[in-house]
Design a protein around this ligand. Structure first.
Ligand SMILES: Cc1cc2nc3c(=O)[nH]c(=O)nc-3n(C[C@H](O)[C@H](O)[C@H](O)COP(=O)(O)OP(=O)(O)OC[C@H]3O[C@@H](n4cnc5c(N)ncnc54)[C@H](O)[C@@H]3O)c2cc1C
Length: 498
């Protein structure tokens, strides 16, 4: 089948009548799950000429894939330095290059002629919660020189010129990262896959698979399917077809809210047009629809209704941008991401003809596109680049205990990020005060006509004993205001736990 790029109509991209699989079917490839991962594989495989059937238990993009922000960056959920530590520089560099290819695939899919009104715009800013200028330089060098990724370092002043908050310090600007309407993209992808020849069946949960023979059998409540290859792209909800696989993922629900229109003032306070993410992965936001703020922050390891988090999104916005005042949240959404123990996605062949593509965590746009290409090309062309993911085996996520631990680790991460941020801001204020005091002292000396006095040689100056700072002295004393702020930053206080 030839690679055709025809545009997706509104009807195709939006809701259409759902087709359920009600008859037995044969296909080359059966994909389980119509999220970003399943549809990316279906699209790539259909473009390469395979007959593909996608079976979706509910409807296209009902979980994370249809409820996400649409920011597309290179890399993985696992930070680059940890990736290098884990597998070495050479392999990390190849994986990074694959992740960039994934981002470019998304860009090509989301081109105006394929997905009109998808709202593609360039530029993502990653900001630091702490004053880490020295670390920034080595990160920039590594990305630019070793990983061939265009990035710009922004000094604190430049970051604060576009984001009116003292919460953020330095920034890394990715001019080639971009964003699309995250909630529409998955429907555009489904339409492109259909155009390429893939068949998508919704309301069709897969209840069991038999992957032992050359032709594998897939069972749904009302029909059976036979295929040479099965791709498991069900994320945390896969369940019965291979329960052991679902158990290697720690489910993390993420939630986001959109404010009511905020008018011109939002542009005075947030002058950056693209997505902003903080380097600790706590907040992620951008302006949408002209003057509304879309903000992702809360997370849990248990399912909850996104509406419950309107208050905590609101408080997060107020604590970062107090000048915005009291904003109203008019919409909330969210979904479950699958987090692996090692932080890297699960991509590869479990046994002959049985493939897996899941565990994309919080960074699923570029990585699922990349997985689609790797798996489709391996099945149809015999490429073996997916083997770069072999060091990241399937590791049990710890069941309920793992979830509790995950929640605690998440809370600890957020709390320590908040504490580090508070400390960094305290140091910054202390430096300003020091400079002011020195300037006042110099001014007073000038006025009194005194300069530093020379002592006769051999006479040592007497130094007044300085009080020794206690180990904890650098930490800002907790004022009522801070106490309130820290209180708001603690996810448990945001009603995160069930
Ligand atoms: C609030 C939020 C914001 C995010 N923002 C971004 C962002 O800006 N950029 C980014 O890169 N990533 C982002 N992500 C992460 C991204 O959304 C996910 O990594 C990605 O959507 C995962 O896709 P998936 O296809 O693996 O899983 P899913 O979206 O969960 O899709 C899996 C599908 O499989 C189906 N399924 C499961 N089991 C079966 C079965 N047995 N039979 C049939 N069907 C089955 C499910 O019904 C589901 O539809 C965000 C996530 C959230 C929640």
């Amino acid at each position: 089948m030839s690679e055709t790029f025809t545009s997706v109509s509104q009807e195709e991209a939006g809701f259409r009548e759902r087709a359920r699989l009600s008859f037995d079917l044969d296909a080359d490839i059966c994909v389980i799950g119509a999220g970003l991962a399943g549809l990316s594989i279906a699209l790539e495989a259909a473009r390469l000429g395979a007959s593909v059937a996608v079976l979706e238990g509910r409807h296209i993009g009902w979980n994370a894939s249809g409820n996400q922000l649409g920011t597309v960056m290179p890399g993985f959920a696992l930070p680059l330095t940890e990736l290098i530590e884990r597998i070495g520089f050479e392999d990390a560099s190849e994986l990074w290059a694959l992740s960039k290819e994934g981002a470019e695939l998304v860009r090509a899919n989301a081109a105006e002629e394929n997905m009109p009104d998808i709202g593609l715009s360039d530029g993502v800013l990653e900001v630091s919660n702490v004053d880490a200028g020295d670390r920034l330089i080595s990160r920039l060098q590594m990305l630019n020189e070793d990983f061939d990724t265009e990035v710009e370092g922004w000094q604190v002043d430049r970051v604060r010129a576009v984001l009116k908050t003292d919460r953020y310090f330095h920034g890394v600007y990715y001019p080639k990262a971009f964003q699309v309407d995250g909630r529409k993209y998955v429907h555009g992808l489904a339409a492109l896959a259909r155009r390429a020849g893939a068949r998508i069946f919704e309301d069709t949960p897969v209840v069991s698979i038999d992957h032992s023979g050359i032709r594998k059998r897939i069972v749904t409540p009302s029909a059976r399917l036979r295929a040479s290859h099965i791709v498991l792209a069900g994320n945390i909800h896969l369940g019965a077809p291979l329960r052991r696989l679902s158990e290697t993922l720690l489910p993390v629900w993420r939630y986001a809210g959109i404010t009511t229109p905020l008018g011109e003032r939002v542009h005075e306070i947030i002058g950056f047009k693209g997505s902003v993410k903080d380097s600790d992965g706590v907040d992620h936001f951008r302006i949408v629809d002209g003057d509304r703020l879309m903000w992702e922050s809360p997370e849990t390891t248990w399912a909850a209704r996104p509406q419950r988090f309107a208050g905590s999104v609101k408080r997060r916005i107020r604590s970062i941008f107090p000048e915005l005042g009291n904003v109203e949240i008019s919409e909330t959404f969210g979904g479950a991401t699958g987090q692996t123990v090692h932080g890297m996605p699960q991509i590869g062949q479990l046994r002959k003809g049985l493939w897996v593509a899941s565990g994309f965590g919080r960074q699923g746009m570029n990585t699922s596109a990349m997985a689609g290409q790797l798996i489709a090309r391996s099945i149809l062309w015999g490429e073996e680049r997916w083997k770069l993911f072999s060091p990241f085996e399937l590791v049990w996520a710890g069941g309920t205990t793992g979830r509790v631990a995950g929640q605690l680790v998440g809370m600890w991460g957020r709390a320590s990020s908040a504490a580090a941020g508070t400390l960094a801001r305290y140091r910054e204020r202390a430096r300003v005060k020091d400079r002011e005091r020195e300037a006042r002292l110099a001014e007073a000396n000038r006025a009194a006509g005194t300069g530093p006095r020379r002592l006769p040689s051999g006479v040592r100056p007497r130094v007044a004993p300085q009080p020794q700072p206690a180990a904890t002295e650098e930490v800002e004393p907790v004022s009522q205001e801070n106490r309130q702020e820290n209180h708001q930053e603690n996810p448990q206080e945001q009603g995160v736990s069930q």
